[in-house]
Write a new protein. Structure first.
Lengths: 300, 297
């Protein structure tokens, strides 16, 4: 501690050379073990014949072969594609539309923004419970329509094998589109007003201004919205459980519910691990290049 | 014409622009209804007696408001075989969320500080490796986590969940603080170093006092994430130690007896209230957290 003239000028105390490393070490060790270690562990389980209990004799690709021979896995994948594509596309469309509309100097903007975004603060279980009631085939929206005079109105997607997956899209979009709005609104605000003015002076209409000039400038926002939505879609477990519990039957199974069901209900640990690894690979294929480019850009 | 152009790009007012403005407000208004409708339905249904639910519709207002379903959802509705309402599970969630938020935020703060203001060799790689943890689908850690919690004697307990949420919250909290501290000028830290202040001295006397914005954003983000978690709750707890989201799902999914939609909706509101309150009072910070989570720097 002594401030002798010798170490007065930018002399970092010895202890301060290793203290920073020491305080980061526990967190880093935790993530090495709980993230990387666990991923390796899961990958290893996926190469064994583990059933109710993990068994650690290496058994090659047997679980992956079984996985890709399980019809239910294909149902889950197909649902993920249908749900994921619609969920992302509609969230983007609504989010961008609302952001552009809110960008028109609306006096009540603060209130509107708050209303559009509040579902994001809710648990997917709460959202699922509410929508399950709204979409209830006898007492929900169908009855509402009957009572206001539309007697022939029918809406039973929740219990319809072919349509149930779309109810998850409806609830998911309700919950997450406000988030896309917030991202794009922040992006629009960061664009120089002069550019929009210049476009207006050049005689570009509002639609051409936005589609042709403003939106292309928001490429990074598109990217981060896309990453987040895709991530939400692949992880979507809560919403499916709360809304349809994967049913009717397995009609709305997605990889997340598939994995859970094989791991904790059917006690097929090896197969569950294989499906989890497939999910990880899918997410990594998108996220790793993204993170890599973001971190590189950040360093410049 | 000339005079009207004084206000920058605002085009001359005419019938067409007025009509556009009306359409704009109509569309915005429709979306307000779309987003509010489920909340209105929840509140209206929660306050109705079961009889009115059968005769009325989703949106019909309650004729005689009753708080009986809300009370039942709070302390006597059946979750599984236990008929004490959501109350014990709300306490579980509180007992889980407070330590997990405090621990992950503290670790995130000190990590963010060490990684930005004391850039040691490998700091960037360590941060990159930790950040990856924020993006994994948690299904890939469920099985090892279940075994590890079992080996630690924490299976099916609230402390077990605290550990899980702290560990998997670290990537986010470190990210938030790192992004915040990166924007704090290095000069002030360098000056303190010249004055002989050490690692912790600078942290507690200089860096921490300027961090409340980052702390608020992180705490709100972690609180919302952990309170709303379902996957870890359902995978690592059993019955009595369930957090409120799992209990809500069990309450709604239980199929014994008459389906009491008013109790279901009351329970959903109870589970939603803590995060909604946080959102209403600190929405600004919540939004900041959302964009910090999406845009890395």
């Amino acid at each position: 501690m002594a401030r002798t003239p010798a170490n007065l000028f930018m002399r970092v105390r010895r202890v301060d050379l290793w203290l920073p490393k020491l305080v980061v070490a526990p967190s880093f060790a935790l993530s090495l073990f709980f993230v990387y270690g666990f991923i390796a562990w899961t990958i290893y389980i996926s190469f064994t014949r583990s059933g109710i209990m993990p068994r650690y004799e290496f058994a090659g690709l047997i679980q992956y072969i079984r996985l890709w021979e399980t019809p239910r896995w294909y149902v889950a994948l197909q649902n993920l594609v249908v749900f994921g594509v619609l969920f992302m596309a509609i969230c983007m469309a609504i989010g961008i539309l609302l952001a552009i509309l809110l960008d028109q100097r609306i006096r009540a903007e603060g209130v509107l923004r708050t209303i559009y975004l509040y579902p994001m603060a809710l648990s997917f279980i709460v959202t699922g419970t509410a929508w399950k009631w709204i979409l209830n085939p006898t007492l929900g929206i169908e009855k509402l329509m009957h009572d206001i005079g539309w007697e022939s109105f029918q809406f039973d997607w929740l219990v319809d094998r072919d349509m149930a997956i779309y109810t998850i899209v409806i609830a998911g979009v309700w919950q997450s589109s406000g988030y896309v709005m917030a991202l794009f609104l922040a992006g629009l605000r960061s664009i120089d007003d002069e550019i929009i003015k210049a476009a207006a002076i050049d005689g570009a209409g509002p639609i051409r201004t936005y589609v042709g000039i403003v939106l292309p400038m928001l490429r990074p926002v598109f990217l981060s919205a896309f990453i987040t939505l895709m991530h939400l879609a692949i992880k979507s477990y809560d919403l499916v459980v709360a809304l349809t519990a994967g049913g009717p039957g397995i009609a709305t199974d997605v990889p997340a519910t598939f994995m859970y069901s094989y791991a904790f209900q059917r006690s097929e640990l090896g197969l569950a691990a294989a499906s989890a690894v497939m999910m990880l690979i899918t997410v990594m294929a998108v996220v790793v290049p993204y993170l890599y480019s973001e971190l590189r850009a950040g360093r410049k | 014409m000339r005079e009207r152009q004084v206000h920058g790009i605002v085009r001359p007012k005419n019938a067409a622009s007025t009509a556009l403005r009306l359409i704009l407000f109509a569309v915005l208004g429709l979306f307000v209804l779309y987003y509010l409708m489920p909340l209105i339905v929840m509140v209206v249904t929660a306050l109705k007696p079961l009889e009115e639910i059968r005769t009325g519709t989703l949106l019909s207002l309650p004729r005689d408001i009753t708080f009986e379903p809300t009370l039942r959802a709070w302390n006597s509705a059946c979750v599984g075989v236990r008929c004490e309402g959501l109350k014990p599970y709300v306490w579980n969630s509180i007992a889980m969320v407070i330590p997990a938020v405090v621990l992950s935020t503290m670790l995130g703060a000190i990590n963010g500080y060490a990684l930005t203001k004391w850039r040691f060799r490998g700091a960037a790689i360590i941060f990159g490796l930790m950040l990856f943890g924020a993006f994994i689908p948690f299904q890939v850690v469920l099985l090892p986590m279940a075994r590890t919690l079992g080996a630690m004697g924490l299976a099916g307990t609230v402390p077990g969940l605290v550990l899980v949420h702290t560990v998997y919250g670290l990537a986010f909290t470190t990210l938030f603080f790192r992004n915040f501290f990166i924007s704090v000028s290095d000069g002030i830290v360098q000056a303190a170093k010249v004055d002989g202040a050490g690692f912790f001295g600078i942290f507690f006397r200089i860096v921490l006092p300027m961090s409340p914005p980052a702390i608020v954003v992180t705490v709100i983000w972690q609180f919302t994430q952990i309170w709303n978690d379902f996957l870890f709750g359902i995978a690592f707890t059993v019955g009595d130690s369930n957090p409120v989201t799992v209990a809500l799902n069990n309450l709604v999914a239980s199929s014994t007896g008459v389906k009491e939609y008013n109790v279901d909706m009351s329970a959903a509101i109870i589970a939603a209230i803590p995060t909604l309150i946080v959102y209403v009072f600190a929405g600004k910070y919540f939004i900041r957290g959302l964009s910090a989570g999406a845009v890395k720097g």
